[in-house]
Design a protein around this ligand. Structure first.
Ligand code: 0X9
Ligand code: ZN
Length: 301
């Protein structure tokens, strides 16, 4: 039985998604967001309750960094809340959007971190010189390799890949994203800086709707704070409040798709780890942060 008191390998996460789509066939549909180097799928759930209006898409990208296990765990927790909660605010949030939610967009890396090397971050594609993987959050085709990324395939952390979208995971996921019409929001979950970040990640220039994103982000963080009194940094431009790095997903999404609500939530943890016994705590916090985000965004229209 799937619970939120343990971390699971990717097959178990995918079984959970399959089970949820079986249990809620009229709302939740298993979707394939892309492929991985080792032949896995990037599986997600589309949650779209029946109505006769077209709803804006809310996209959740999670687990792009393999070792940040709290991201996928929080994302399945959030899916469970959307599908089973009787809290009116959560149900309203569920009904308001066409949700596309992907808990593990780097499934090979996650499996490798789960079974072999806890601190693994990258994908698992081999390079010519015998090293493995690229940082999938340095591999997107926007200002690729300009800042904060390595061109050395043996760099354990931030190798940007042999070219933009060299990694099948980022390339196929970007194609899925491009195929979505009417994407209002794109949220990426990471760990462990405990911050809320806005685009761009490689320029300190404020984007045109910075003030709105800041106001919505503040509302989100204060809703989250009410749950456990955990203080997050930001909201602020990623390059200003964390560090400068090019080739990240949110920059590509913002620039090429023009998506209005784009955020990275850096969740809690130490050395990218978070106790399994406290997944609930992080999950409830993030659920309330999402409630705060969507209700403030609705006010701004
Ligand atoms: O470096 C990253 O990709 C993210 N931080 S993490 O520790 N989870 O690896 C931050 C992504 C947001 N953008 C930048 N500040 N570059
Ligand atoms: Zn990360």
């Amino acid at each position: 039985e799937f619970s939120w008191t343990a971390y699971y390998d990717v097959d178990d996460i995918y079984n959970y998604l399959q089970n949820m789509s079986d249990e809620h066939p009229q709302w939740a549909q298993l979707v394939v967001g892309g492929q991985s180097y080792e032949g896995r799928q990037i599986l997600g759930l589309r949650i779209n309750t029946p109505t006769n209006v077209d709803k804006p898409v809310m996209f959740i990208e999670s687990g792009i960094h393999a070792r940040e296990w709290i991201a996928p765990a929080t994302t399945t927790y959030f899916i469970n809340e959307l599908l089973t909660s009787s809290d009116p605010e959560i149900m309203e949030m569920r009904d308001q959007f066409d949700w596309h939610i992907f808990p593990t967009v780097n499934p090979d890396g996650y499996h490798y971190s789960y079974t072999r090397d806890r601190m693994w971050r990258k994908t698992r594609s081999p390079s010519d010189n015998g090293c493995y993987g690229a940082d999938p959050n340095r591999n997107w085709d926007y200002n690729w390799l300009d800042y904060g990324a390595s061109s050395n395939p043996c760099n354990y952390q931030t190798y940007g890949g042999s070219k933009p979208f060299s990694e099948i995971e980022t390339r196929t996921l970007s194609e899925y994203i491009s195929g979505l019409e009417n994407m209002l929001g794109y949220i990426a979950f990471h760990a462990d800086a405990q911050m809320l970040l806005l685009p761009y990640s490689d320029s300190s220039e404020h984007i045109d709707n910075y003030d709105d994103l800041k106001q919505i982000g503040d509302a989100s963080l204060s809703r989250g704070y009410a749950v456990n009194k955990a203080k997050y940094g930001g909201p602020g431009t990623a390059s200003e409040i964390l560090y400068k790095a090019s080739g990240g997903s949110i920059d590509w999404v913002r620039y090429t798709q023009g998506t209005r609500l784009v955020y990275v939530y850096e969740l809690r943890g130490r050395f990218f780890q978070w106790p399994a016994s406290r997944i609930h705590e992080q999950g409830d916090e993030v659920t309330q942060m999402m409630v705060g985000l969507v209700s403030e965004a609705r006010k701004l229209g």
